[in-house]
Write a protein that binds this ligand. Structure first.
Ligand SMILES: Cc1ncc(COP(=O)(O)O)c(C=O)c1O
Length: 456
């Protein structure tokens, strides 16, 4: 056993990369609600999904198996960047003066800068294996677009990315890196799809949203036989692939005889949160005491202010109808800098677990999140992605509570990505030009009037 007092970083060996992903569905006390077809409002069958997804991923989407084997080709690629390091945040602890021990799993150290590569490489692999030539997808912050561009390049497939307009304009170098990996990138909404044209006609000045970009990518995939759609979050199979984060975290913490009191992650579509939290929830379902907290922006507070209902996964009602926390499928959140957290809905699994009280949620404004990001950069040296900084903010809140109470809690969070392509946002923060955009409750109430009625 390594003495935890002396450890700053734990890096597992390559041979310890997990051979199986963990599927939380197997341990959920209540089984997940089914999906519904957005055209008919009837139950969605695996055959309905075949127009846009490969069969292996569809089977994973509906699987109740506890462990699913990671294909050798995916594990081989994982060796280029996994296991990711687990750090003890000694600098941050010292700055806060907390008795808590803070650890973070750093997913931003790979070529693309975020956790998204864990699933993009798996999704590209399954699509390639079933003869698909091109992937169409959306991207918010650009992290997912980058990860799927690299994965398509690796498996020699073409890649078309619909990038949310506000990010396309704020992050030109994200676009360049996707181009470098060979992807074609469009500012969404475009005039290339019915969905995009419809939105532009109704809202010519729209900043775009993940919901709109998803509609465009789904339409592209559904109307081209050689093309499939790939989603960077939300779906069960994405949460499954991300479980590698939590499985590795547990193994690394075991080496220093630590176990977290609280596990924290930012939550956009929910896959990053699911990735680190679900393997710990497995323990919780078996009787262990651990809290899991999903952190979201106050401007897009899906879990904390949304309602739990069946809704479309996208704005143009092309993606499956899923029971989830939602702000309404055509709610467009204000243009905050954590672009990857601007999604109207949330993973069905994360939503159900929250609804049943197994996990918690918190929401913060972007100014306090950037305060936390800068403190972290100055004490831990890594410049965090604005999305990940939401988790940092909550970790700080927990650590300061420990300072008050004197408790030596163990805090673990996912540092899901680095912020080196987000310097536009940091510049705005330093110039004093960043504002706290409020949640537009009235806009969400309007959007929630348009929820679908399913034939359940
Ligand atoms: C760095 C980073 N962290 C977290 C997220 C949100 O991830 P998820 O959709 O898995 O919740 C994103 C999404 O783009 C991201 O780029």
């Amino acid at each position: 056993m390594i003495n935890k007092q002396n450890v700053t970083k734990i890096v597992l060996g390559e041979q310890e990369i997990p051979k199986f992903w963990y599927n939380v569905v197997a341990d959920m006390p209540v089984k997940p609600a089914p999906y519904f077809n957005p055209m008919t409002n009837e139950l969605l069958s695996p055959a309905d999904m075949q127009a846009i997804f490969p069969m292996e991923l569809i089977m994973q989407e509906v699987s109740g198996e506890r462990y699913i084997e990671i294909p050798k080709e995916v594990r081989d690629f994982y060796t280029s960047f996994r296991p990711s390091p687990l750090y003890r945040a000694r600098g941050l602890e010292k700055a806060l003066g907390t008795p808590a021990r803070i650890y973070y799993k750093y997913e931003g150290g790979n070529a693309t800068g975020s956790h998204k590569l864990n699933t993009s490489i798996a999704q590209a692999y399954y699509n390639k294996a079933e003869g698909i030539k091109r992937i169409a997808t959306e991207t918010g912050a650009g992290q997912w677009g980058t990860a799927i561009s690299l994965a398509c390049n690796h498996f020699e497939m073409d890649c078309t990315v619909y990038m949310v307009k506000v990010s396309y304009e704020q992050k030109p170098y994200r676009r360049s890196i996707m181009n470098t990996y060979g992807a074609t990138v469009y500012s969404s909404p475009t005039t290339l799809t019915n969905a995009g044209r419809g939105i532009l006609a109704a809202h010519p000045d729209t900043t775009g949203s993940l919901g709109i970009a998803i509609s465009e990518a789904v339409e592209d995939a559904a109307t081209h036989g050689d093309t499939n759609y790939s989603l960077g979050s939300v779906l069960n199979h994405v949460c499954l692939h991300q479980s590698i984060i939590g499985i590795e975290s547990k193994k690394a913490m075991e080496q220093i005889d630590e176990y977290p009191d609280v596990v924290i992650a930012c939550c956009g579509g929910g896959s990053n949160f699911a990735g680190i939290a679900f393997p710990f929830l497995q323990d919780k379902f078996a009787g262990k005491k651990v809290r899991c907290v999903a952190v979201e922006p106050k401007a897009c507070p899906t879990l904390t202010k949304g309602i739990y209902a069946f809704d479309y996964g996208d704005t143009a009602k092309m993606a499956p109808i899923v029971k989830m926390y939602t702000l309404g499928h055509d709610f467009t959140p204000s243009g905050i800098h954590a672009g990857g957290l601007r999604y109207h809905g949330d993973s069905a699994l994360v939503s159900q677990l929250y609804n049943e009280g197994h996990i918690e949620a918190a929401a913060y404004g972007q100014l306090e999140v950037f305060d936390a990001a800068v403190l972290f950069a100055r004490t831990e040296n890594i410049v965090p992605a604005p999305e990940s900084a939401h988790a940092i903010k909550h970790a700080i809140v927990e650590a300061l509570e420990c300072k008050e109470s004197g408790e030596e809690k163990v805090i673990l969070f996912s540092l899901s990505g680095n912020g080196y392509f987000d310097m536009f946002a940091y510049d705005k923060y330093f110039a004093g030009d960043m504002v706290d955009t409020e949640f537009e409750m009235k806009e969400s109430e309007r959007a929630l009037e348009m929820l679908p009625k399913v034939n359940a």
